[in-house]
Design a protein around this ligand. Structure first.
Ligand code: SF4
Length: 425
């Protein structure tokens, strides 16, 4: 679609590309900004294309995330040289001055992120009053809802507390109201997200907790599915796990391990030991049969010996995650780990990361194969493909458009890391 972006034609709706890098919290915030823009008559699209303006929500978790953000800004410049580019998110918060040197860029930091849409609207001022607003993104099936922001844990490698601040929970009533709105719009799955979603309510000290939030959502909304994204082993309480007695809760837990060695976990300032992590996984698997557990692991943290790496491989063998995201350690400015000597050679980091990924991929294949013959509940995100509640991708034969439907599928085989099945009923 060729789009003349030189001057916004007032007779048509401005097209805004809302682009997200990083975590689900960023996705929730971009979706929120996109809705704000639609309410003001814009058309939003969640992929890089020619547009009247761009909103780029950045991440700074690694130097690779920084590089991706700069590349995306340059791509926006190439696609629509005159279009304003609002850059927000953690990289903008950490190093906005550098990004502001790029053409057309205006910086909106994390602390004032709610104003990103307003900043963008004023940048395309005088843009046309629209006849309709269209959502051109997958937020029709799944909606990310921000439940808290910030983190009081200061893991040695992590820059997030510096760019997201202290923990701040959003009140339960506000979250329930937003979820009801989204369900009324036809959204099938609510994804609860934040910087430290597991610690939800910890800052309120009035007994508010993640378990209480989920109990309220289950009792006061008709959300067909609720997904609770990343939590820490220390957040896994019996009251929380009891919420999964309700079949609407997605049986997927993302528990970031980072290392299987107690020596490295202590240096990372993580709040659990390897045996406490295993215990949490065990308690999940007992309370939620069939649960899928995914994780993050850092390869080559300062001081990581061969023996530490072997312990991580052994723990992976014991726990058999459904998926593993591996990150070679990269120094982040201002973190306490940046004061440690980055003594693991890049080559060793690469080798260890490759070993971890290879083992993780083998366990993923196993997890997928184990679903052959099973009946899965699938939320179709497009006409013929979707996700199980355990976060596994499924494809069925072409036929009627199943987008935004939750249907039962009998899994017949695995093809290229996707479950292939037959629609039932
Ligand atoms: S828990 Fe640790 S890794 Fe996670 S956001 Fe907080 S400081 Fe970062």
């Amino acid at each position: 679609m060729n789009h003349d972006t030189s001057a916004v034609d007032p007779r048509r709706s401005p097209l805004v590309a809302t682009l997200t890098l990083g975590c689900k919290l960023n996705q929730a915030e971009t979706q929120q900004a996109a809705r704000e823009l639609q309410r003001h008559g814009c058309i939003t699209i969640d992929r890089p294309t020619q547009a009247d303006a761009y909103l780029i929500n950045t991440c700074t978790i690694t130097h690779i995330a920084d590089r991706k953000a700069r590349r995306l800004i340059r791509l926006a410049n190439r696609l629509s040289p005159d279009a304003p580019v609002i850059v927000t998110g953690c990289y903008a918060e950490r190093d906005g001055a550098r990004l502001a040197q790029l053409p057309q860029v205006r910086i909106v930091g994390n602390q004032s992120k709610q104003q990103a849409a307003t900043a963008l609207l004023s940048a395309i001022e005088n843009s046309a009053s629209s006849t309709e607003s269209r959502i051109a993104s997958s937020s029709r099936t799944r909606s990310f809802i921000k439940i808290q922001e910030g983190c009081d844990d200061v893991c040695a490698f992590c820059i997030v507390p510096y760019v997201r601040g202290r923990e701040r929970a959003i009140p339960i009533d506000e979250i329930v109201e937003l979820a009801r709105e989204r369900v009324a719009e036809g959204v099938q799955e609510i994804v609860l997200t934040g910087t430290q979603p597991g610690a939800y309510g910890r800052d309120l000290a009035d007994g508010t907790s993640a378990a209480k939030l989920i109990e309220a959502l289950l009792a006061r909304t008709d959300a067909p599915r609720i997904r609770y994204s990343s939590i820490q082993p220390q957040d896994i309480t019996p009251q929380l796990l009891a919420c999964w007695d309700d079949a609407r809760m997605c049986r997927h837990f993302h528990l970031a391990l980072q290392s299987g060695s107690d020596n490295v976990l202590a240096r990372m300032r993580r709040r659990y030991t390897s045996s406490e992590f295993c215990d949490a996984v065990q308690r999940i698997r007992v309370a939620v049969p069939g649960a899928s557990i995914t994780t993050d692991i850092i390869a080559g943290f300062p001081g990581e010996r061969d023996a530490d790496h072997d312990q991580t491989l052994r723990l992976m063998e014991a726990l058999r995650f459904s998926d593993v995201h591996v990150f070679p350690y990269s120094v982040r400015p201002n973190t306490s780990a940046s004061l440690l000597e980055d003594d693991i050679a890049a080559e060793i980091k690469r080798t260890r990361a490759a070993e971890l990924r290879e083992l993780g991929a083998a366990h993923r294949r196993e997890a997928l194969k184990s679903r052959v013959g099973a009946i899965e509940s699938v939320l179709f995100e497009s006409a013929h493909s979707g996700l199980t509640d355990t976060y596994l991708p499924v494809q069925v034969a072409r036929g009627v458009d199943l987008t935004n439907q939750i249907r039962s599928v009998r899994i017949d085989s695995v093809a290229e890391s996707i479950l292939v099945g037959e629609l039932l009923g």
